[in-house]
Design a protein around this ligand. Structure first.
Ligand SMILES: *Cc1c(COP(=O)(O)O)cnc(C)c1O
Length: 380
């Protein structure tokens, strides 16, 4: 079954009593036991809740995983995965990393004795060279934020297999519809479901999928023990969002390609990062490993003054953090998403004060381009 179909099917067969087409929101903390030593399969909602489970089973199916897990945010999901490691363990991480993940690793988990080395994981040789005897995992983003570097997930997963370490892929920017990390050999995929999966800028959630059943059991232990689970209401909203994942992304990608081409031809734009453009360094790789190029664009303009102008003068496009929803958003990474990365480090990564990021939505693309055009227009 294709991903588009499987996504629509999520929760469909749950309510056998009434035949409800959408899964009910099981807004309950606890469940009655039929008898002593008996359980309906649900005892307490931290340990398991039917609405959450429908979502967990659904994302597992979309990713070809043995199990899925839903958390209260993407960061809660990533934090939960780090509980797989112990003092002295070493992880290799994408250098062009989501700022919140970097903050979690450097300002929290480092205190507990985990060590992190940041490398350009699009360079396999550089990644291999960073492996040490204590290395337990490689953590990469399949498509990085904000510069949209493409990870060679198949090669990284093979490298991990050779060294018997875990390959963890943050697949937030691509989703299972555009890339399936576990099919490419990764052990774990993690998502900020807040973005494309829920897709409407109305829910904060995190999702994890795991290939190996024994590893999934360990992740479940930590999910239940640490307890940052997704509530039933938000699980339901995420399921509803997931059902339209394919149509949203189809439209968002069409819009993104048109905008990227338009920006590339604009005299006030000095650089455009979009993997769907043939001159993007990751274009061929993503074409080979994925099913699309996503709908995130980063671009550099001629001056910092123009950055402010674009942020303030766009009207259809909202100046806001986050991404992946139906609304087009514009962000200033140096000040918003990547503020927790030291300025020198930011500059070295290429996140300049002239760089903007667009999360392209499902609006009519002509309205989006007209909005950008009028904001660029210095005469107005
Ligand atoms: C947003 C994001 C996260 C964090 O997810 P939250 O749902 O905001 O906690 C992690 N990784 C990436 C790539 C993200 O874009």
């Amino acid at each position: 079954m294709s991903i588009a179909t499987a996504a629509v099917q999520i929760g469909l067969e749950w309510d056998t009593r009434t035949g409800a087409v959408t899964i009910p929101i099981y807004q309950t903390a606890t469940f009655r036991h039929p008898g002593l030593g008996q359980s309906t399969g649900y005892d307490y909602s931290r340990s398991g809740n039917p609405t959450r489970q429908a979502l967990e089973d659904g994302i597992a199916r979309l990713d070809g995983a043995s199990r899925g897990f839903a958390y209260s945010s993407g960061m809660a999901a990533i934090a939960n995965l780090l509980l797989l490691f112990k003092q002295g363990d070493h992880l290799i991480v994408t250098e062009d990393l989501y700022g919140g993940t970097y903050r979690l690793f450097e300002q929290i988990f480092q205190q507990y004795g985990l060590e992190f080395t940041y490398v350009d994981t699009s360079d396999i040789a550089q990644t291999a060279a960073a492996i040490r005897p204590e290395t337990k995992a490689i953590f990469v983003e399949s498509l990085t934020n904000p510069l949209l570097k493409v990870a060679d997930v198949a090669a990284l997963a093979a490298l991990c297999r050779d060294h018997d370490i875990l390959c963890i892929v943050d697949n937030t920017f691509l989703t299972p519809y555009l890339l399936r990390p576990l099919d490419l050999g990764a052990d774990i995929a993690v998502y900020s479901g807040t973005k494309y999966l829920a897709g409407h800028n109305d829910t904060v959630c995190g999702l994890v999928t795991v290939k190996d059943p024994a590893l999934a059991e360990r992740v479940y232990f930590h999910q239940n023990a640490a307890g940052a689970v997704l509530g039933p209401q938000d699980s339901w909203l995420t399921i509803r969002g997931l059902k339209t994942l394919s149509v949203r992304l189809d439209r968002q990608q069409d819009n993104a390609l048109a905008i990227a081409r338009w920006l590339a031809g604009h005299e006030l734009v000095t650089k455009v990062y979009y993997p769907g453009l043939p001159d993007h360094p990751g274009h061929e790789l993503l074409k080979a490993q994925g099913q699309g190029f996503g709908a995130m664009i980063a671009f550099e303009v001629t001056s910092p003054e123009l950055v402010e102008r674009l942020l303030i003068r766009t009207n259809v496009i909202s100046f806001a953090e986050s991404l992946g929803g139906v609304e087009t958003l514009i962000t200033f990474p140096a000040v918003q998403t990547h503020a927790d990365i030291e300025p020198e480090k930011r500059a070295a990564l290429g996140i300049s004060d002239r760089l903007l990021r667009l999360s392209v939505g499902i609006e009519d693309v002509n309205d989006l381009i007209a909005d950008l055009e009028s904001a660029f227009n210095l005469e107005a």
